[in-house]
Design a protein around this ligand. Sequence first.
Ligand code: ATP
Length: 351
Amino acid sequence: MEINIQQVSKYYSDVLALDNVSLDIADGELFFLLGPSGCGKTTLLRCLGGFEQLSKGKIFFAGKDVSNVPANQRNSAMVFQGYALWPHLTVWENISFGLEMQKITKAERTRRVTEVLEKVQITDLAKRKPNELSGGQQQRVALARTLVVAPGCLLLDEPLANLDAKLRRDMRLEIRRLCKNSGLTGIYVTHDRQEALSMADRIAIMQAGKICQVGTATEIYRQPQSRFVASFIGESNILPGKCQNISSGEAVIDTACGVFRAGKFPSGLQPGSSVWLSIRPEALHSGPSQVNRLQVTLQHIDYLGEMADNISVTADGTVIKFFELNPQGTRPEGSSIELTVNPDEVVVMLE
Ligand code: ATP
């Protein structure tokens, strides 16, 4: 089911929780809303589910305006962080409940509950009550309960937040598999960037009720358009600079710690513009180079086994973070190193 969000704003009295949000989500897409606490992710999800009245704008499901359609008639189902299972009902009854509400026949209910129990791999738990299940098993029941009503879209509000790290990783794959196998459009809210990067077809980064950037995981990570997105989605060295010129498909940027050639820059970039550079710590490596040279003094090393997390400083006092993968040993603090970065890994941002 295709979803179109058109210029949606939402006020809670005088708090502007959503500020003119527009998004087009394709049929069958697993789309993530990612952003810091309070940026409006849950509000947008609740607007999609029909649990909040829009202050402005429209929402379309498969081309139909559902802005004023009640939650139970929207062809969407929501998976909540706290699962919201009925404690006095068995797993089977919890899953069957929504079908009973829809007056589906007993034979059809049995067929569909049996099928969904198999799909989420909890057939053997059908007779248990929620308090006899682990967190991960409860999460599967919550998923089964929404999948069984065969919605056009699945709205997931931090569905893995209550699980431990290992289970979260396993369930990431599982949820993606379930959405893809069922051809469901999924909208998934999280503030966990790894969850979004590893699962999403596309991600929208939100800040203060607005969408800052939309793209695939690699687009968002490798080509952030603002300092906020660059630092929210990962670690980055952010350097202020000025555009000198653009030549041979690269922008030449002057900064306090030297001149950089950048392969990724906005199309309208003009010489003389004030800009910001984003250079990821893993993109910097030691060794001589003709371009993008950076002389630093090592200040602190965190040796983590598979990598070393290094903090260094340039002669003008700019702090530069760089990772060294598979380090053979540790360098002494205070040592001088020449770093370099491929122009393709240097991103120019206007804000
Ligand atoms: P979190 O990650 O912490 O869940 P979020 O990105 O989902 O945050 P929302 O819950 O959508 O953010 O909240 C967006 C803004 O709207 C916040 O400033 C919040 O305080 C405010 N807000 C949310 N619900 C209400 C409400 N019922 N009444 C008043 N203000 C609200």
